[in-house]
Design a binder for this molecule. Structure first.
Ligand code: AMP
Length: 341
């Protein structure tokens, strides 16, 4: 019997609840420090306790997962804590396309895939010397916005960069990627692409609640000027969002272009959940500054289904459950190899 496994963090509860709803055995690779938390949930059948998530590539963990015929569901914690080579080296099957996770972590590859998808992408700035307007400095990988900052000039940039170095968050300029700041309202668009049905499903949208940039509006302008605040973009949680219905057609087109480009650049393509992340401007035009090539934590909002999944399924369908459903259908059609790498 196939089981579904994931790392104990990020969206593990949603993924394993969804897997249980689809009648899979559920396994959590869990750091010992979080054992007490995850033991509270009855839908988790088995915990594999580790000191660090990195042990998932060790022989011992591999054998335990293999004995359970487990499929690993990758998520943001996997991307942020393991490097791409380690993820690619996993011998247990990974849901979706593990090769595309490198394209999420590497800024240059990421930019290429987004441009090939004909998404409207903010310009990257090659050198701090070229900073003319407002830019955002971002760390590589899935840093979750921690240690990101805004700058308007090279001088401003250097001051803030040095602060991050002194905090031990970065070592040098090489750890930062500079991008034009996009104005508008943020929206994170959650999709699922099924290689079994050859169909794209728009699953939901959310906004991130980021500290402490989202708290800044509570401080009046004179005090903002007085305090030398360097706001970060660290994700604390997510809130739901529904879009104007007139935006939906383009939401699907962007997702389809992304799926098509992924098939060309990173076979077998963008299978399973993914997210396009950006802002809508005053004309309803979307600028995408990021993508996630796996389930995002914003889907945790919709454990009982989202306003969009409800149009597609006559039952509560979370992203976690949708993943399990895909595995189930692939097995039934004898096409499991189409949904794993
Ligand atoms: P990311 O890791 O790229 O998802 O960025 C973390 C957060 O930084 C996002 O959720 C946004 O709030 C902000 N952000 C990133 N890139 C941009 C951009 N080009 N323009 C405006 N805000 C951005």
């Amino acid at each position: 019997m196939t089981s579904i496994a994931t790392l104990g963090s990020h969206c593990a509860l949603q993924v394993l609840k969804g897997a249980k709803d689809e009648a899979f055995k559920t396994i959590l690779v869990c750091e010992k420090s979080r054992e007490r938390l995850y033991r509270r949930f009855g839908f988790i059948d088995k915990l594999i306790l580790v000191d660090s998530f990195l042990e998932i590539i060790d022989q011992q963990c591999y054998s335990k997962l293999k004995d359970e015929d487990a499929i690993i569901i990758p998520h943001g914690t996997m991307i942020s804590q393991m490097d791409s080579a380690d993820i690619e080296r996993l011998k247990n099957p990974v849901f979706g396309n593990k090769w595309i996770l490198r394209w999420e972590s590497d800024r240059k590859m990421k930019e290429k895939l987004m441009i090939d998808s004909k998404l409207n992408v903010p310009k990257s700035i090659a050198s701090p010397k070229d900073i003319k307007n407002l830019v955002i400095a971002k760390r590589h990988g899935a840093a979750g916005g921690k240690g990101y900052f805004l700058a308007t000039s090279e001088k401003d940039y250097k001051k803030k960069r040095d602060k991050l170095i002194s905090q031990g968050l970065i070592n040098s300029d090489n750890d930062l990627y500079l991008q034009e700041y996009s104005f508008g309202v943020s929206a994170y668009l959650q999709y699922f692409y099924s290689p079994i049905k050859s169909e794209l499903e728009f699953f939901g949208a959310d906004r991130r609640y980021e500290s402490d940039i989202d708290g800044l509006g509570r401080i009046p302008a004179p005090q903002q000027i007085d305090i030398d605040l360097m706001p970060s973009f660290n994700v604390i949680g997510n809130s739901p969002l529904v879009l104007r219905e007139s935006l939906l057609d383009e939401v699907y087109s962007m997702g389809e272009r992304f799926v098509d480009a992924s098939k060309r650049l990173v076979p077998p393509g963008m299978n399973g959940p993914f997210c396009l992340e950006g802002v809508y401007d005053q004309n309803g035009k979307f600028t995408a500054f990021e993508f996630s090539a796996r389930i995002v934590a914003g889907t945790n909002l919709y454990v009982d289904g989202s306003p969009y999944s409800t149009f597609l399924y006559n039952e509560p369908m979370s992203m976690g459950r949708r993943i399990a459903r895909e595995i189930k259908e692939a097995k039934k059609a004898d096409k499991l190899s189409a949904v794993i790498t």
